[in-house]
Design a protein around this ligand. Structure first.
Ligand code: ADP
Length: 253
């Protein structure tokens, strides 16, 4: 069977195409039109696998733009897709922490990989990738360089939770000559505290996995491990767990 999973996120759109002997993945910026981005991903993934659209047996879409994908046979919630994708990669995991562009979520799984509880923050940019993107801009950096640039020993605490106020706070610290590395460590700590607080509300049971685009940031990973006092497992394709879950669920259609 050949299936395709699309995770149309707020920042990045991810696609996974599964054939009987291969898996193909691709990520593109979501841009202003989730519909066009979904179609672009389908076209590019099928081209990559040297297939035509009619060769694909089923397509499942997830993510905030899931209802906009015209060729999808079904749309499924992100929680279900992330749980499915993650358990196929790391079946031993009991808690998943996913930090994406515009939301963060904590998912509790039982021994069979079924979702038993979850918590989600999609109301406020603090504790999400968007917060880090805004702060990286203030620091004149790319978000992908934050993890390597922090200096944990010089952590400058960021007290504002609101993204707009945190931005002003950073500008103030820079004016006082605080180090960029120390500020980045403070930002990572601020995101980690926020997400760990949400995780504590539903309870963290190990082993714990860390996924989403923000899981590529080694500084956030270290800060979260310190807050949770637990090691985090991160699959290599950490940004693709939702799309992978969608492609696996498409096999049931
Ligand atoms: P969504 O599904 O909401 O679009 P993703 O899970 O795709 O979110 O994550 C997007 C976020 O991941 C971005 O906001 C950015 O902060 C972060 N990100 C993406 N690539 C990297 C990278 N190479 N290093 C660090 N952070 C990254």
């Amino acid at each position: 069977m050949i299936t395709l999973g699309l995770d149309i996120g707020s920042v990045a759109a991810k696609g996974v195409l599964l054939t009987p002997d291969h898996s193909y993945q691709m990520v593109v910026p979501t841009g202003w039109s989730p519909r066009d981005t979904g179609q672009q991903l389908i076209a590019e993934l099928t081209r990559l696998a040297r297939l035509e659209l009619h060769d694909v047996d089923a397509i499942v879409a997830t993510g905030y733009g899931r209802i906009s994908v015209p060729n999808a046979d079904k749309s499924v919630t992100e929680i279900t897709c992330h749980a499915k994708g993650l358990t196929s990669l790391l079946p031993q995991v009991r808690t998943v922490i996913d930090i994406g562009g515009q939301d963060s979520k904590v998912i509790r799984l039982n021994e069979s990989g079924r979702v038993i509880d979850f918590a989600m923050n999609d109301k406020c940019a603090a504790g999400t990738g968007r917060f880090l993107q805004v702060m990286a801009q203030v620091l004149d950096m790319d978000v992908s360089d934050l993890g390597e640039a922090e200096i944990p020993a010089e952590t400058v605490s960021i007290n504002s939770m609101c993204t707009v106020f945190a931005e002003s706070e950073i500008i103030g610290h820079l004016a006082q000559g605080k180090s960029r590395g120390g500020l980045i460590a403070g930002l990572h700590q601020s995101v980690a505290k926020r997400v760990a607080g949400m995780a504590a509300r539903i309870g963290v049971v190990g082993p714990v996995a860390f996924t989403g685009g923000v899981a590529k940031n080694s500084g956030i990973r270290r800060a979260l491990e310190a807050e949770l006092k637990a090691p985090l497992l991160t699959p290599y394709y950490c940004q693709f767990t939702g799309a992978l879950g969608a492609a696996l669920l498409a096999r049931n259609l």
